[in-house]
Design a protein around this ligand. Structure first.
Ligand SMILES: [Zn+2]
Length: 1011
């Protein structure tokens, strides 16, 4: 055991993380006694562009008489130019290895959205492979120390007898193409190589490999690459679709768990009780081990994990530096805050998350690559930086990936007992969490008005591996008193808080007793996977003055808030003594029919299942109550459903399945209603970017809401859109500015097809075009506007609101970009402005909404904007120079005094009231029923931030957040926030669903101005 002297600079910078670790007792390099595959080795050298882009671990391939090399499937070596294998070829090879070697075993771990297989390949010594189950049983005990009564001596015995599992995942990002061939060859080396170094790995670690994580995207990428090869000299289409729903964001799903790939990898990691999850990426020269990364680190990880990151990361750099390979580093700009990355499954489940960025060419072409100055600069943590310019091949990339992995595996093997013991200790500390840092539990009250949303959140936590219990009797615990809102929390604000009663700062909040009813769900923290629950349910705070300025991703995600679910963080240990039983099976909200009659009443509580219910019975008659009412002994919110025309049995079965409660009555309530139609929906996308709308599509599919999926190009070719659709949803992230949505991509060069052909069969199940370049066009724009004028509804969010505003869909609404505001994927507080709008049905006040660089909305009663709220307010104006004190009016001399009329005042979210002067010839005055109607606004600055980063929040505070803007017979609804984001924002889904279901009655409940 010794520390590495060559790590001294790093350790000086990070003194907390020095931990002694064992060196690898054997030298890297081939065994002279084992023959080399000469032909293969020759090709490795040929395809490697410089000798220093190779290592003693990858500059040869050991020969085997019985085990086939990757050449058997590829026809050339791994990393050869021009060769990218499909998933089926990669799997075929892995199964050939399995058939030829007792050191390899292949497992199916699930399917993708489009039905493609995902696999995991275990490689280890014959003995380890033969005893995988016994080993797993031991690891399972270490993973859940409750099974051994937290007995450290027993744990030591298990550690001594066990072999750890190091799980490697490749090609989650489909344009990062090198991992599959690198991992084919790595599996071969680990199975065949008799060198001391590889033998040492094989005998001390079980290496588990998923060669392709995003299988749908991989096969599409190979299609596109083949198109590129058979169309030399032409520009090729970019990979507009990766997975079925999202592209790069497939690596942001480890909180919401909505993608099959995330669930399959999670289940493999937790099912194997693996210690490491190491994810391979290719976007930084030449090998950035972002494990160490940069701050801020996620605040819920066990500090032991940060130490493990340092140990492994710096060892990687040290070993590869010794090989003379340039461009290997571990510290960098990547902050380790968000737990949404695939690798973070390990960090949040007592393992070790790791990630490599190597350098890829986005295909298998060998090319001259020129780097940016910040990429090739030497820094303190990059002493041997990448070359400013170099010929780069896929083989180089494979050398780096494999060398990095083999040195990591060897280091892990040398310290396998240390890491296994840490694995146990982290699990133990997770169980002890209530007694150390806390909290003791999270409680989900039985009387939450949204049982469906509550069950949805609890199921996600169950999928994360958390155990849920249910209180069998009421229990009382002490809760912290309400904290006063911190002045300036949302950025400096001079305005007094007007949104709620705020206690004075000097008042110290006193703890209060709170009783939770029987039936309350309890997520106890004395369980092995308490950390994932804590990070998902707690609040996040990213300081505006944090030294990290290049924020990598979202800063806030609090699932209770964004899910509109009541979640209580309970620090009081007494909660653990409450009478409760563990829930077996998935949590479901109760549903069914109570009472008798053939009219059914369903309370509107904004649970997403209500939308599923509407579309389950499209022919039935659903009406929405325009006011709250009471019936059958129950209270019903505004917007509640009055359902007719469904046989009881069919409805009851659906209600039970969906967890929705209905009340049957003989006579309908007398409240005013309007029809709630199963609107015909189109989700419109561009050919510029489809990712953000993918998160919308994913949830529409999950909730079984039917829609047509149609591009801006296709929209432009439909003369009568209104005859086909009631609602067109234009989600955010459409790519570019309003002009590029109309113009599309530049028309230089050749057409860029995205189409199923014999050569590109895997482009199916998305959308098709002969040429991705054209956009909506001016005809399409005209038709889209005509669609709205004729009674259609256009829904826009975040950047696409700018499209609607720019092209005159929304008279009276203007948007502007913030100047100083910083909101980076944060949860913000909204306030209800017009609770009688159908868009607000089912909602109470204070909903948390998700925003990232939100546009600032202003509304006006004048076409063309102007006279937005907030301006002209008397408090904003200083009196002119004149007589008297600051509060006095000036008095012109030599004439009688006259009263100064009050200037019209409006709040920030309101239009300025019209003046008599403006009515003298009101050509620009928007008729009352056509004026924009603000439904939600942002809270005032002191209460605006819920979770994440907010700086200069006063710039956004109180601005309109959701606007219904009439146009002709139809409407445009604008969301400043993004209501559908990574399955984190389920609380705001129904704002969109309400707009859809009420598309032809959005004016309901509106109080019109007299003039
Ligand atoms: Zn990537």
């Amino acid at each position: 055991m010794k520390t590495f002297w060559f790590l001294a600079p790093a350790l000086l910078a990070l003194p907390l993380f020095a931990q002694p670790s064992a060196t690898v007792p054997v030298k890297p390099g081939r065994d002279a006694a084992q023959p080399v595959d000469e032909e293969y080795t020759k090709k490795i050298r040929e395809y490697t562009t410089e000798p220093f882009f190779n290592s003693p671990l990858t500059d040869y391939l050991p020969a085997s008489k019985t085990v086939p090399t990757p050449k058997a499937v590829l026809g050339d070596i791994a990393g050869a130019p021009g060769i990218l294998p499909y998933s089926a070829e990669v799997y075929r090879y892995m199964r050939m290895l399995q058939a030829a070697s007792p050191r390899v075993k292949v497992f199916t771990i699930g399917k993708t959205e489009e039905g493609r297989e995902m696999i995991a390949v275990a490689v280890a010594s014959e003995k380890s492979i033969a005893q995988l189950d016994q080993n797993r049983d031991r690891l399972a005990k270490l993973a859940d120390p409750r099974t051994i009564s937290l007995n450290d001596a027993e744990a030591d015995k298990l550690v001594a007898a066990s072999t750890p599992v190091y799980y490697i995942t490749g090609t989650i990002h489909s344009t990062e193409t090198g991992a599959p061939t690198a991992l084919m060859e790595l599996a071969y080396r680990l199975a065949v190589d008799e060198s001391a170094y590889i033998k040492f790995i094989r005998e001390n670690v079980i290496t588990l490999i998923t060669p392709i994580v995003e299988v749908d995207g991989r096969d599409r990428m190979v299609d596109i690459y083949k198109w590129h090869l058979s169309n030399p000299g032409k520009q090729w289409p970019n990979l507009i679709y990766w997975g079925h729903y999202v592209a790069h964001d497939n690596n942001r799903d480890s909180m919401g768990l909505t993608l099959q790939l995330t669930r399959n990898v999670l289940n493999t990691f937790t099912g194997w009780k693996a210690q490491v999850l190491h994810d391979l990426h290719e976007s930084v020269p030449y090998l950035y081990d972002n494990t160490v990364g940069d701050g801020p680190y996620n605040a819920w990880i066990d500090p032991m994990l940060a130490d493990e990151w340092q140990m492994m990361g710096w060892n990687n750099v040290s070993e590869m530096t010794k090989f003379g390979m340039p461009g290997v580093f571990t510290h960098g700009t990547f902050d380790t805050w968000s737990p949404s990355y695939l690798m973070f499954i390990a960090a949040m489940h007592n393992g070790i998350s790791r990630l490599y960025e190597t350098f890829g060419n986005g295909g298998a072409d060998t090319e001259e690559r020129t780097l940016r100055p910040n990429e090739f600069a030497r820094t303190w943590f990059k002493q041997n930086p990448p070359l400013p310019k170099a010929k780069w091949s896929q083989r180089n990339n494979n050398n780096y990936e494999e060398t990095g992995l083999m040195t990591a595996l060897a280091f892990f093997a040398a310290n396998n007992k240390l890491f296994l013991h840490n694995f146990y200790l982290k699990a133990r500390r997770s169980i002890e969490k209530p007694h150390t840092e806390g909290p003791a539990a999270y409680a989900f009250p039985a009387d939450d008005p949204r049982p469906g949303a509550q069950a949805d959140l609890l199921r996600m936590l169950q999928d994360q591996g958390c155990e849920i219990s249910r209180a069998s009797a009421p229990f009382t615990v002490m809760m912290p008193g309400k904290k006063p809102a911190r002045a300036g929390r949302g950025g400096a604000s001079t305005e007094p808080s007007t949104d709620s009663e705020t206690p004075k700062p000097e008042e110290k909040p006193k703890p209060v007793a709170r009783t939770f009813p029987a039936g309350t769900y309890v997520l106890r923290m004395d369980q092995p996977y308490s950390r994932i629950a804590d990070t998902l349910l707690d609040y996040q705070y990213w300081a505006a003055n944090d030294p990290q300025k290049s924020i990598y991703d979202d800063t806030g995600w609090t699932f209770g808030e964004l899910g509109n679910v009541q979640v209580s963080r309970v620090a009081d240990l007494k909660v653990l003594d409450a009478a409760m039983t563990r829930v077996s099976g998935a949590v479901r909200s109760p549903g069914g029919i109570e009472g008798a009659g053939d009219i059914y009443l369903v309370n509107h509580n904004a649970d997403s299942a209500l939308m599923t219910l509407r579309y389950r019975f499209p022919e039935a008659s659903f009406d929405a109550a325009e006011e709250p009412f009471e019936a059958a002994g129950h209270k019903f919110n505004r917007g509640s459903f009055v359902i007719r025309g469904i046989p009881n049995a069919g409805l009851a079965a659906s209600l039970t399945e969906l967890g929705v409660q209905a009340y049957a009555v003989a006579a309908a309530p007398t409240v005013k209603t309007h029809p709630l139609r199963a609107a015909r929906i189109a989700i419109m996308h561009t050919w510029l970017n489809t990712q953000a709308e993918g998160w919308w599509r994913l949830e529409f599919d999950r909730l079984q809401i039917p829609y047509s999926y149609i591009s801006t190009q296709a929209i432009s070719k439909i003369a009568d859109l209104r005859a086909r659709y009631d609602v067109i949803v234009f989600g955010p992230g459409a790519g570019g500015n309003p002009q590029t949505i109309v113009n599309g991509r530049p028309m230089y060069g050749n057409p860029l097809p995205w189409k199923v052909t014999p050569e590109t069969p895997n482009l199916a199940l998305t959308d098709e075009t002969d040429d991705m370049r054209p956009g909506l066009g001016w005809t399409g724009l005209d038709r889209l506007q005509e669609f709205v004028r004729q009674g259609g509804l256009l829904i826009t969010a975040n950047d696409t609101t700018n499209f609607a505003v720019t092209f005159g869909f929304t008279p009276g609404v203007s948007t502007s970009a913030a100047q100083r505001l910083k909101v980076t994927g944060s949860a913000l507080r909204s306030k209800m402005v017009d609770a009688s709008s159908p868009i607000a049905y089912g909602y109470t006040d204070n909903l948390a909404i998700f925003a990232s660089n939100p546009p600032l909305f202003s509304v006006s009663n004048l076409a063309g904007g102007g006279g937005g709220g907030g301006r002209g307010a008397p408090t904003d104006r200083e009196r002119p120079t004149g007589r008297g004190t600051a509060d006095d009016p000036d008095i012109p001399q030599g004439r009688p005094q006259v009263d100064i009329p009050d200037e019209p005042h409006a709040e920030v979210w309101q239009p300025t009231p019209l003046t008599d002067e403006q009515f003298r010839n009101p050509v620009n005055v928007i008729p009352p029923a056509q004026r924009p109607r603000v439904i939600l606004r942002y809270s005032n600055a002191t209460e605006l931030l819920v979770s994440g980063l907010l700086d200069n929040g006063s710039e956004l505070a109180q601005h309109a957040a959701v606007i219904d803007s009439p146009l002709g017979q139809g409407h445009v609804v604008l969301f400043s926030n993004n209501p559908f984001w990574r399955a984190e924002t389920k609380g705001s889904y129904f704002l969109v669903f309400n707009a859809i279901l009420n598309f032809d009655n959005l004016g309901a409940g509106r109080k019109l101005a007299e003039r």
